[in-house]
Design a protein around this ligand. Structure first.
Ligand code: FAD
Length: 402
């Protein structure tokens, strides 16, 4: 494994860094003052200009308007974008659109790609992903109530979903619904559908208030009711019964995208921690940096960040080389999410009261990124996957004891 950045990666990182400093940083300063719709309006022309860098939707093939980066190259770009809370959105590399683009690219029909993928890659529309339901444990998604029933040439979908990121203003939803409730293989019971959000019976009930913020636009989490929404037979994405296979395909690289974004957040937080420790005097001519506790926070954060980064790059490399990802992806999901919490907590503490204000991005990250230990599977589930796969090599089958 060689993770030395190639010339191409260095060039993309430097282009992205310069763009973030020039175009995105001034808007980042306004985050606490503007509503999400105002922010989205300010970012619209920025996203247009981001296209000129050639790095807009960089994970998509060049033929579709992306940059055709490999997963490892994407990871190294994503670290840089993660240093700004608006970086991924500015470059059309934010969840859930990034995962929905990957799904459509891998499994969409030509007509689906033309209708949804093209506009999504060009940033003309947004999308959302509806799997989790309030009535069931999302960490065990084979258990869901949303049903899609075939009626002639159509599917009729009924269900209740929540935490649909970006549902507010999305043009379409990728909806996971049970199509074969009695199938012996419980992983063959569900399918995915592409549902326009202006379909009759598609109701966005509310933007859920999360940690005191309802958000809006791409930064919203919607509760959605599907009241017998009718879609044509060709709205199924991938094979009928293939919903979980598609979900796994989406979540593998998706967790690499999240983890690399978190690396960027940690880097910025550590940089801010060091700057503040160097500048803030806690006694005449004695900066905070002279205090051993702060030195320990800096050293621990640096070590955890470097280790987390290598773990993520190794996971991206293995996915590319071998196409396998379950265990590696579970490792990075819980490990990097934990590093993120610890580094952010130390950075906030170092800044004292300033860390609680919206004058720096730390408070935004501190509240928004707590969810990292929950979404795309909580820590406990990923630790189970790692332990299960390891113990299998020692003759223990944990699936028997579930
Ligand atoms: C900010 C945010 C964005 C999200 N975006 C989306 C989205 O766009 N689309 C979507 O469909 N969903 C989304 N989700 C939902 C997310 O994927 C689920 O919250 C997650 O899968 C956990 O499901 P749950 O909340 O129902 O928790 P539950 O499954 O009810 O679990 C509750 C807690 O129990 C514990 N637990 C669960 N299982 C085990 C186990 N096997 N062993 C030990 N402990 C366990 C964990 O600590 C867990 O936190 C989002 C969630 C958040 C917070």
């Amino acid at each position: 494994m060689d993770f030395a950045p190639s010339d191409k990666v260095l060039e993309t990182q430097s282009l992205a860094r310069a763009f973030l400093a020039r175009e995105v940083a001034p808007i980042e300063q306004l985050m606490a003052k503007l509503s999400w719709s105002e922010l989205e309006a300010r970012l619209r022309p920025v996203r247009e200009r981001a296209k000129e860098t050639g790095l807009f939707a960089a994970h998509m093939p060049q033929a579709l308007g992306g940059a055709g980066l490999t997963l490892l190259e994407q990871a190294q770009l994503s670290e840089v974008l993660g240093e700004s809370p608006l970086g991924h959105y500015a470059f059309n590399f934010a969840a859930p659109d990034v995962g929905n683009m990957e799904l459509l690219h891998a499994f969409g029909s030509d007509a689906q790609k033309e209708r949804w993928l093209g506009p999504l890659v060009r940033g003309e529309i947004r999308s959302t992903f509806l799997m989790t339901e309030p009535e069931h444990a999302g960490s065990n998604p084979v258990w869901m109530s949303t049903r899609a029933v075939r009626d002639g040439d159509e599917w009729v979908i009924r269900g209740h979903k929540w935490f649909a990121t970006g549902a507010d203003g999305a043009a379409f939803a990728v909806v996971m619904a049970v199509t074969a409730p009695e199938a012996d293989d419980r992983y063959a019971r569900a399918s995915m559908f592409l549902v326009p959000t202006d379909s009759e019976g598609f109701e966005l009930i509310r933007n859920i208030s999360v940690m005191g913020h309802e958000g809006g636009g791409w930064a919203s989490h919607g509760e959605v009711m599907l009241h017998g929404v009718r879609v044509p037979a060709d709205a199924a994405l991938g094979p009928i019964g293939g919903g979980f296979m598609l979900a796994q395909t989406r979540l593998g690289p998706g967790r690499v995208h999240h983890a690399t974004r978190w690396i960027g957040v940690c880097r910025r937080a550590l940089d801010m921690m060091c700057r503040y420790a160097a500048e803030r005097e806690v006694a005449p001519a004695k900066p905070l940096a002279t205090r051993q506790t702060v030195q320990e926070w800096i050293a621990d954060s640096r070590a955890e960040l470097e280790a987390a980064r290598l773990l993520v790059l190794q996971a991206a490399w293995r996915i590319e080389q071998r196409g396998e990802f379950r265990e590696d992806v579970s490792l990075i999901k819980f490990w990097v999410a934990g590093v993120l919490q610890r580094v952010l907590d130390r950075a906030v503490q170092t800044h004292g009261a300033l860390g609680m204000t919206d004058d720096t991005p730390l408070a935004f990250w501190y509240s928004h990124e707590r969810a990292a230990r929950i979404y795309d599977g909580p820590d406990e589930v990923h630790k189970y996957v790692v332990a299960r796969d390891m113990l299998r090599r020692y003759g223990v089958d944990l699936r028997q004891s579930k």
